[in-house]
Design a protein around this ligand. Structure first.
Ligand code: GLU
Length: 321
């Protein structure tokens, strides 16, 4: 009798769980992966969700933007079904879709692009007191090259390799997450860090306010060749006058932050998200200074993996493609 009761209870419990799971899917729970809390990806994830919840909450949409480890993590987490959406650098999206770099021999066939957002500059930030003025000066220094999972780590490895700097022999390489690296630079535990991020980013403003900093140009001939050889890179500059102490433009190269998803996300759901974001772009533009420049035409540029059909449907309807 007791056994039967336990069995029946078990069944009833299973039934409840199954029913909840079913309701949850009808409710459209969406998780969006960003980056470190002081960067811009987290702001994309938070604010896209804010708009989706405000406008589609009544239709059962529940969107949660969360901090994450960055581009590589987000792409892999989407593939594993941990995230519905994520933000990733256009170079990393290309590499994932084509099976190079972190995905050598393992092209991520299910990765889909939705729209592109702000441009991100590759930056090397140091304190003014380290004497580091060029990439070559990084030799012998303690340098954060980005946590595994971040987009910037790949850029740092490219820049070091193209500058003849061996990350294992010529520098003391650290793999801190960005919010830890910010702190470590101010506390003199590292001498410089690489970061690939939109401007302005909160952490950068914060460091510059408390410490005299310098940003190192990233525009040597081998880097210009890398940019020329890869369509997802452009030469640009970190605008002067944003970060205290960095008054002049700092030449470097850039990628685009891309909003990505997986091919298993239902087309009507992706359509609803894209439509809502594009119809409320004014709101998004006002939610972070790095989003001010967003406009529909540019948001279809720099997409380096196939577009999700739900997004395509909306763009075709609006004559954007
Ligand atoms: N570009 C960085 C990455 O891919 C993240 C920058 C940010 O969080 O804004 O990991």
């Amino acid at each position: 009798m007791k056994r039967l009761l336990v069995f029946t209870l078990g069944l009833a419990l299973c039934g409840t769980v199954a029913a909840t799971a079913k309701d949850a899917s009808a409710q459209n729970f969406l998780v969006v992966g960003g980056g470190s809390t002081t960067g811009v990806y987290y702001q994309v994830a938070l604010n896209v969700c804010k708009i989706v919840n405000d406008k589609l909450g009544g239709q059962g949409y529940n969107c949660i933007g969360r901090p994450a480890l960055g581009s590589v993590f987000n792409i892999n987490a989407i593939a594993r079904g941990l995230l519905n959406y994520g933000v990733a650098q256009s170079d990393r999206v290309w590499q994932a879709a084509n099976g190079t770099a972190n995905w050598k021999g393992k092209p991520q066939k299910n990765l889909r692009t939705v729209f592109s957002a702000h441009p991100e500059t590759v930056m090397i930030v140091t304190r003014a007191d380290t004497g580091i003025k060029s990439i070559a000066d990084l030799k012998g220094k303690r340098v954060n090259i980005g946590n595994p999972g971040s987009g910037q780590r790949g850029n740092a490895l490219d820049v070091l390799r193209l500058s003849g700097i061996d990350k294992d022999k010529d520098i003391k390489a650290e793999g801190l997450q960005q919010h830890e690296a910010n702190r470590a630079l101010v506390d003199k535990k590292i001498d410089a860090f690489f970061y690939t991020v939109g401007n302005p980013w909160g952490g950068g403003l914060e460091i510059a306010n408390s410490t005299a900093i310098r940003m190192v140009p990233v525009n040597t001939a081998p880097i210009q060749k890398l940019v020329k050889d890869n369509s997802y890179y452009v030469m640009t500059a970190i605008p002067g006058g944003i970060y205290k102490g960095v008054d002049k433009d700092v030449p470097t190269y850039a990628v685009k932050a891309t909003f990505v998803t997986g091919d298993k996300e239902p087309a009507d759901q992706v359509y609803a998200v894209v439509k809502t974001i594009f119809e409320n772009l004014d709101t998004l533009r006002g939610l972070h200074p790095a989003f001010k420049i967003l406009n529909p035409k540019d948001m279809l540029k720099g997409l380096s993996a196939p577009m999700h059909p739900g997004a395509v449907k909306y763009y075709k309807e609006k004559g954007l493609m």
